[in-house]
Every structure is written in structure tokens, then in C-alpha cells.
Design a protein around this ligand. Sequence first.
Ligand SMILES: NC(=O)c1ccc[n+]([C@@H]2O[C@H](COP(=O)([O-])OP(=O)(O)OC[C@H]3O[C@@H](n4cnc5c(N)ncnc54)[C@H](OP(=O)(O)O)[C@@H]3O)[C@@H](O)[C@H]2O)c1
Length: 171
Amino acid sequence: MIAAQSLDGFITKHDIPGAGFASAADKEYFRTALREFDCSVMGGVTYRGSRSALRAWRDTSRLQIVMTRAPAAFDGDATPGALEFADRAPAQILASLRERGRRKCALLGGAQIHSAFLAARLVDELWLTVEPLLFGGGTPLLAQRADTRLSLQACEQLAPDTLLLKYHLLR
Ligand SMILES: NC(=O)c1ccc[n+]([C@@H]2O[C@H](COP(=O)([O-])OP(=O)(O)OC[C@H]3O[C@@H](n4cnc5c(N)ncnc54)[C@H](OP(=O)(O)O)[C@@H]3O)[C@@H](O)[C@H]2O)c1
């Protein structure tokens, strides 16, 4: 799970979609970090909010799966093997990626998708960028209550006021 959040735990600033609040240092780290992964999963809301940027980026190095309950609505965007839309549970999505030879999946949010994978105990690591901002409201990191313990593996200062925290989830 890879996310950028405010100090008070929000992945959006108020009602503004996207992670536009994240620092340039986070954006640079994020692009580089994604190169480690051969597939990724995001939710329909995150996809709709970043569709034009994703299409401009044209990153075909990863198989990107968008979780949606209405995959047919995205038929015009789908590119088999590069950008696919799936109405399946997290375990089914990961099983299918594994069958297709994919080994390292980046979970790219948003809150509903974070919670769905956490609830299914399918998150190994959390890479969390913490920006020096307080929003008091917005989309939280998680959409549902959780009770998960993590172990800090690494801490990097991406910029003078921005931290990258890497955790393993404990079982
Ligand atoms: N700061 C960050 O690092 C960061 C990272 C990611 C996202 N974000 C932001 O977070 C916000 C979105 O978060 P969110 O929690 O509202 O939405 P989300 O998790 O991105 O997407 C939720 C959508 O995923 C689909 N979905 C959820 N559970 C599903 C299931 N079990 N099976 C099939 N489809 C399922 C549904 O799509 P349909 O509606 O299409 O059916 C649902 O509406 C956006 O503003 C985004 O920009 C921030």
C-alpha cells in the first residue's frame, strides 16, 4: 500500500480529489518507486480522478487493475494486459495477477481499496509519505475501522519537512 497523507491522516485535502497536496519530493519518489512493481490496483474513484493524468503518463510497464462494480462502463478505456477493470474481490484479483506471472503489486488507493485489502489481510507493506499539513477533513487513509499493528522498517526524509515511513504489517 503506497499513499501520501497529511499529518492528521487524510489522503485528500478536504473534498479535492487527488494527491495534489503532496510535495514535489513525494511525486518524484512515487514515480521511481512504481518502477519496482509489475502490477497495481486502484479503485474506481481514484481512477476517475486521475484518468487524464494516467492517460498522459502512458505507463505501460505495469498491468493496472481498476476495481469497479461497473467494469463495462470503462470499456472505452480498457487495454487488455495494460489497463483492466475488474469487479472482483481483492483475493481473486491477486490470484489472477499471480496466475499471469505478476509478482509485486502496488496498492494505489483510495481509502475503500486500502480497507478492502487490509480487511482481507492482503497487505504486506505500507509505504506512507507524511506531508507537513493539517487538513482537519478529507478522505481518510482507511474507509473502515481497522486494528492492525505494523513494524517500522525504514524512515527517510524525502524533503526537509516530508517523511517517508515504510512499515511491514504484522500478522
Ligand atoms: N493521497 C494519496 O496517496 C491517494 C492515493 C489514492 C487515492 N487518493 C484519493 O482518494 C480518493 C478516492 O478514495 P475513495 O475511498 O473515495 O475511493 P477508491 O477507493 O479510489 O474507489 C472506490 C471505488 O472502488 C470500487 N470498489 C470498491 N470496492 C470494490 C469491490 N469490493 N469490488 C469492486 N469494486 C470496488 C467502486 O468503484 P465504482 O464506483 O466504479 O463501482 C468504488 O466506488 C480520491 O480523491 C483519490 O484521489 C489519494
